[in-house]
Design a protein around this ligand. Structure first.
Ligand code: ADP
Ligand code: ZN
Length: 725
């Protein structure tokens, strides 16, 4: 008897659970597994899909182990992806199983898609020829496989005719493989003529696309052709036989991106985002794993697709906050993409007109390469930007648009061009008050005001989604009809626009729009086609769109984002306003951006209006450096939440006391988290701040190990590199 048959082999399997290590399972006789195999295993009373791993498990008595139930007929998760899971888990302090879980998002795809039953001409002739038989054979004569009904339909005849031929042996039954979800992109399909500057940038990227790990920033003003240029890198990676991932924020909105990709490569990329049908998800997942889908355009979760041969990742609008996931595993997809490139030894491209401060510093210090596109493509000029000092030209009573902006909108309408009014506030009004007693409508479960949505007649909490009918009377003092809306949301601006321009075609775009992504895509197309005169929108309209007839952008309230005391507020405001004003004048129309502000001398407004990004970044970087804030220092936040305030607070204090002594790392807090109450959970926050070179994760692990366990309703979430601090 051999060793093996006496001691059946055990392997580690990472299951989608918050466990620190893989679990051991027995491999039944005759079953073949390798590291990366996707398997079905028993877990308590259930069965789950897991991944065979290659790092040690806790030692368990083999007699207690349970066997693997099934190995799926599916390509294994490769070594680079497995190391990526380990890395992300360790960096974000997440259980590896919860990271592995992100690779297992399309369970039905673990089994191969069954082939379709088909028919192929056997070469034989029918016993008797008829006109219908003649037509069928005409189609099948080239030897290609057909489905039974497809063939009958194409020949304009009945299934009986086809079946008759089959029974006479004229057709043999074959299997038709499942069709690809997208056609193969052709790197040479339609090469653009690049400008001199674009060509120089493309040349750098092409050279990198063939090589090992590198990170390159494509730093170019809005409309300079960054997309056009990184398409050349994609072409090079495709020509080298590699798969490509393009991450875009808000993929659901970027049908325009898919069309452009199609124009360049003659086929669409595979899509990956939360709005895909389950069926499509499965197909894409499977075909990415098999290498059939060559290019994926996706949201941040696409980073956890099981690519067979990934050779390039592009992160478009790399500064966008949408890349940060703050749920279960907290990660920034931009940073994790760089890690994936490093582990897989392939290049990464970051594109932005307003790079993040982190990326700017990495480029300045030479860790990342940089290519610059300094001008808009062709004749297009950047819009002329000016501040409207709201103290000097205030709006009419009850309004929010200054006469200067209204006048410019009127002229724009007169020329048959489009205006965009940008306000990053959904709904009608951000706050509702009672004029008699001063009562403010607040969410019962969150520390946030209820936002009035007038079209729906509701008051809505933007944190937890709670909504209620807007009452007639104040719930506090009972007075009727004295509730008043405070401040503007996009719906209220639309009302004001309609009162000034009753004949203009107006569209309000926000994530509240009924009809979901499909409807949004239609509306965006309509705007691009010139079917609207005035667009009023939240940040949904700021991102990446090309609206050829848009020549005026008005920022309704440029000061919103600056008020909240977050050290990243200036950066975010600068990025958002640059992006949104960058929607104007992209096709060569002379264009303007008007920015309504009460603080026109604020450095962010000045840099924006003077087009002096350099001054802005210089100042911002100097401030971060002085305060040892990222990227010059390390930061993590620990959020403790619980059903009651005292529970959350006392556990946060306990965590604080558990912090190991350190000269280079300090723990601040606990203090109430910026959102102190969300969905009925009270939240406290500790900030952990260290010098650049410290082992922040080591410190946090020690802290968590020394702290009392979180019991009952308590939950502790660690956020490395938090967005707001
Ligand atoms: P960015 O990504 O920098 O905002 P885009 O790549 O979207 O810029 O380019 C802006 C517009 O200019 C797009 O409509 C694009 O098709 C067009 N464009 C840019 N470069 C070229 C080129 N070399 N040839 C033809 N059109 C171009
Ligand atoms: Zn709420």
């Amino acid at each position: 008897m051999s060793e093996d048959s006496r001691n059946p082999m055990a392997v580690p399997v990472l299951v989608p659970m918050p466990a620190e290590r893989p679990y051991s399972y027995l491999v039944p006789q005759g079953m073949l597994v390798v590291p990366g195999s996707i398997v079905r295993v028993p877990l308590g009373p259930r069965e789950v899909a897991g991944i065979v791993w290659d790092t040690p498990t806790d030692v368990v008595d083999p007699k207690k182990l349970r066997p693997i139930a099934q190995v799926f007929d599916c390509p294994p998760i490769d070594e680079a992806a497995r190391r990526f899971v380990d890395w992300v888990a360790s960096y974000t302090l997440s259980p590896p199983g919860m990271v592995a879980r992100m690779f297992l998002r399309a369970p039905a795809a673990f089994d191969p898609e069954p082939p379709l039953p088909g028919l192929r001409w056997s070469g034989a002739a029918p016993e008797r020829m008829t006109a219908a038989r003649e037509r069928v054979l005409e189609l099948a004569r080239d030897g290609m496989a057909w489905t039974r009904s497809g063939l009958a339909h194409a020949a304009g005849t009945s299934l009986t005719v086809v079946d008759g031929l089959t029974s006479q042996g004229v057709f043999e039954t074959v299997e038709i493989p499942p069709p690809p979800v997208v056609a193969a992109p052709d790197p040479a399909f339609s090469k653009p003529d690049l400008s001199f500057e674009q060509e120089a940038a493309a040349e750098v990227l092409r050279a990198k696309a063939g090589g090992g790990f590198s990170v390159t920033l494509v730093d170019g003003v809005t409309g300079s052709g960054k997309t056009e240029v990184y398409f050349e890198a994609i072409a090079a990676a495709l020509a080298a036989g590699r798969q490509v991932l393009v991450l875009v924020p808000e993929i659901a909105l970027t049908s325009a991106f898919l069309d452009r990709f199609h124009d360049r490569f003659g086929a669409k990329p595979g899509e990956w985002h939360s709005d895909l049908s389950p069926r499509m998800r499965e197909k894409v997942w499977r075909q990415v794993a098999e290498g059939q889908v060559r290019v994926v355009a996706g949201a941040r979760s696409a980073l956890f697709l099981p690519f067979k041969n990934l050779g390039l990742v592009v992160i478009d609008e790399e500064h966008d906050p949408a890349y940060k996931q703050e749920d279960r595993v907290f990660y920034n997809a931009r940073d994790m993409a760089v890690v994936r490139g490093h582990i897989g030894n392939f290049p990464v491209i970051l594109a932005s007109a307003t790079p993040s401060v982190e990326t700017q510093v990495n480029a300045q210090q030479g860790r990342y390469g940089r290519v610059v596109l300094s001008a808009r493509f062709a004749e297009a000029a950047l819009p002329d930007l000016a501040a409207i000092d709201m103290r000097k030209s205030p709006p009419q009573r009850g309004g929010f648009l200054s006469p200067v902006l209204l006048e410019e909108m009127k002229k724009t309408l007169g020329r048959g061009e489009q205006s965009l009014l940008f306000l990053n506030r959904r709904g009608y009004a951000p706050l509702t008050l009672c004029r008699v007693c001063g009562h403010r409508f607040q969410c019962r479960d969150c520390s946030s005001w209820l936002v009035e949505h007038r079209f729906r007649g509701q008051l809505v909490c933007h944190q937890c989604g709670h909504n209620e009918q807007r009452p007639e009377a104040c719930p506090e003092c009972g007075t009727l009809d004295h509730l008043v809306a405070c401040g503007p949301g996009v719906e209220r601006i639309a009302e004001e626009v309609e009162s000034h321009f009753p004949d203009a075609r107006t569209i309000v775009l926000s994530s509240d729009m009924l009809g979901g992504v499909k409807r949004l895509r239609l509306e965006l197309d309509a705007i691009a086609q010139g079917e609207a005169d005035i667009v009023i929108g939240t940040q949904l309209v700021a991102k990446g769109h090309n609206f050829p007839k848009m020549s005026l952008v008005g920022v309704v309230d440029a000061d919103i984002g600056l008020a909240n005391g977050d050290p990243r507020a200036a950066e975010r405001t600068f990025q958002l306003l640059s992006q949104v004003t960058g929607r104007a004048g992209r096709s060569g129309l002379k264009s303007r951006g008007l920015i309504q502000t009460y603080q026109p001398a604020h450095p962010v407004m000045r840099a924006l209006i003077l087009g002096d990004a350099e001054a802005f970044y210089e100042r911002e970087i100097a401030e971060r450096e002085r305060a040892h804030l990222p990227p010059f220092g390390r930061l993590a936040s620990i959020i403790v939440s619980a059903a009651t305030r005292p529970e959350a607070e006392s556990h946060a204090r306990a965590l604080r006391r558990a912090a190991p002594a350190s000269r280079d790392i300090s723990v601040l807090g606990p203090a109430e988290a910026p959102l102190a109450l969300i969905a009925g959970r009270h939240r406290f926050r500790l900030l952990v701040h260290g010098e650049k070179k410290v082992d922040l994760q080591g410190f946090l692990r020690a802290l968590l190990a020394a702290a009392p366990r979180a019991r009952g309703s308590l939950r502790v979430q660690v956020d490395i590199d938090p967005q707001s601090f």
